[in-house]
Design a protein around this ligand. Structure first.
Ligand SMILES: Nc1ncnc2c1ncn2[C@@H]1O[C@H](COP(=O)(O)OP(=O)(O)O)[C@@H](O)[C@H]1O
Ligand SMILES: [Mg+2]
Length: 363
């Protein structure tokens, strides 16, 4: 296993800029998730790191060595794609064993290593079958087995679970950390599913429109989003992003929400205490950080319940003040009713502000 680095990598396809000056370091032996919406450049970046594609500019390093001009096999990469690649004429055992051909011809070692990954991926009972005899979910397990049975420098997984149904995806997702700790390789894992990335990664890189917006631990990405896109892309239900105006009144900073105001904390005061004019921000607050009351609590914002969405053991309640709509998350089943007048209490320590022009986080 090695560290992987992209230095100022850009990629054009004719006039499409698929990657825009991406620089990234993935630590040796870590589990790195590249997360972004469809078309953001994830596959292009992985193909460049793997050596399947050459960058238009920039370099790639493995363990500090420039590998930009080396082929995938010279880089010693193992890859898994969205669709399983299994030879239909060979049985599953032989498919996995074939992946080892370059590394060893010792039949005992081959048997031992195939059985080891078969057990890790729970496919022992399918080893004598051929691909047409097993379903898609098992086939994708076989693809993963074929990749991790090898001793590669880097293991690349490009949306390996995205064609599986939800249950299978959840099961395999939870097995991936175990797979990583057994294989102890450098894992580069691509997904468009934020829950998947949050669940399995040591570090997440967020890509949008070919730009790497932020790299951090799942916790950092969630609690310290660098900009509006990251805040919006991570977290469920989605963060509230509210057009707001901040103003200073008698040494307290207030932010407008609809027709009302809520006070902000000392961080905001430090930033805005010298502003004489109201300043426009995008106020961000996650639905979990708003609670509801029927009493007019101090600093609470009056609002009307406009919609209640049940999640079974919790609710997402949509609220309105003036023309502003926002949502709060309530654990358990409340007895709030649509059209009811309530008071929303914002956790002021959990409020973010984004610059409406640059989308960068101000605090
Ligand atoms: N071989 C190619 N030829 C032309 N355009 C491509 C090619 N591969 C990718 N693109 C374009 O580059 C952008 C990024 O694509 P891709 O890396 O596949 O994104 P993702 O994997 O995040 O969905 C898209 O606009 C896509 O249409
Ligand atoms: Mg892709």
């Amino acid at each position: 296993m090695v560290s992987v680095e992209a230095r100022a990598v850009s990629k054009f396809f004719k006039t499409t800029k698929a990657l825009d000056n991406v620089s990234l370091v993935v630590d040796d032996g870590s589990f790195f998730c590249l997360l972004g919406p469809s078309g953001s450049g994830k596959t292009t970046l992985m193909r460049i790191l793997a050596g399947l594609e050459t960058p238009s500019s920039g370099r790639v390093y493995f363990g500090g060595e420039d590998v930009t001009d080396l082929s995938p096999s010279q880089r010693n990469i193992a890859m898994v794609f969205q669709f399983p690649s299994i030879y239909p004429s060979l049985n599953i055992y032989e498919n996995i064993a074939l992946a080892l051909r370059r590394e060893t011809s010792d039949p005992n070692e081959i048997r031992e290593r195939v059985m080891q990954v078969a057990s890790l991926l729970k496919i022992e009972e399918h080893l004598n079958k051929k691909s047409h005899q097993i379903d898609f979910g098992i086939l994708q397990r076989v693809s993963i087995a074929k990749a991790i049975v090898r001793k590669a420098n880097v293991y690349i997984f490009d949306e390996p679970l995205s064609n599986l149904d939800t249950k299978l995806r959840e099961t395999l997702r939870s097995e991936f950390q175990k797979i990583h700790s057994e294989v102890r390789g450098t894992f580069l894992y691509v997904t468009h599913d934020q829950l998947e990335a949050m669940a399995i990664a040591d570090k997440i890189g967020i890509l949008n429109n070919g730009k790497l917006l932020q790299v951090g631990s799942p916790d950092e990405i969630y609690s310290q989003p660098a900009n509006r896109f990251v805040a919006y892309f991570i977290g469920s239900p989605t963060i509230n992003l509210i057009e707001s105006e901040v103003r200073l009144v008698e040494n307290t900073v207030y932010a407008s929400v609809g027709d009302g105001y809520i006070p902000l904390n000392n961080k905001a005061l430090k930033l805005f205490q010298t502003s004489r004019e109201p300043r426009k921000i995008i106020l961000g607050i996650r639905p979990h950080e708003i609670s509801l009351s029927r009493e007019p609590l101090h600093n609470a914002l009056p609002a009307e319940v406009s919609l209640i969405e049940s999640l079974g053991t919790a609710q997402v309640i949509e609220l309105r003040n003036g023309s502003t709509v926002f949502r709060c998350y309530v654990d358990g089943l409340s007895d709030f009713k649509e059209k009811e007048k309530v008071y929303a209490v914002f956790n002021i320590e959990a409020i973010y502000a984004f610059d409406p022009k640059t989308d960068e986080r101000v605090f």
